[in-house]
Design a protein around this ligand. Structure first.
Ligand code: MN
Length: 164
């Protein structure tokens, strides 16, 4: 009887742990990139973005920190125009998959946990991948030098080079 009880308990524990790990896998698979850790924010203007991109400010412009921090959620296929930052920019990816390209260089794939630095005045763009959205925090230091210089849109031909 005692052996039977031990067997039953062991079987229960095994089946429970299998269920928990299945539930965790299911949770990971179903994580929606659109559910970021910050509010979704407001839609970026078509003048500067292709597709749907949403910006939330986290640290505003001030003379104490002189650092602009925020989060952008790019829906799949969305990206910024070409642009530059007079003092550079740091991107921290918190979810999804995206692209970053400095002019003249190959497109770099960005994933959750990546930290990407873009040097001062380097012409570049960033956005989501073709199939998966992107949650990216941006940090723009030394804003007394300026924040952003906007340029032309990234064409489909330029964007599609990520798939080649
Ligand atoms: Mn940028």
């Amino acid at each position: 009887m005692k052996r039977l009880l031990i067997f039953i308990s062991a079987a229960l524990v095994l089946s429970l742990s299998t269920q928990i790990s299945k539930a965790q896998n299911k949770h990971e698979a179903s994580v929606n990139v659109s559910e970021g850790i910050f509010p979704k924010g407001t839609k970026g203007p078509a003048q500067f973005f292709t597709g749907n991109a949403y910006n939330t400010g986290l640290v505003g412009m001030d003379s104490t920190y002189t650092t602009l921090v925020g989060n952008v959620y790019f829906e799949a296929g969305a990206r910024s125009n070409w642009h530059s930052h007079p003092a550079g920019q740091i991107l921290i990816i918190t979810a999804g998959v995206g692209y970053h390209q400095i002019e003249g260089e190959p497109i770099q794939v960005m994933r959750k946990g990546d930290v990407v630095k873009c040097p001062p005045n380097a012409k570049h763009w960033h956005g989501a991948s073709h199939d998966t959205g992107l949650q990216q925090m941006y940090i723009i230091p030394n804003i007394e030098k300026g924040v952003v210089e906007w340029m032309e849109a990234v064409t489909d031909e330029q964007y599609d080079q990520a798939n080649q």
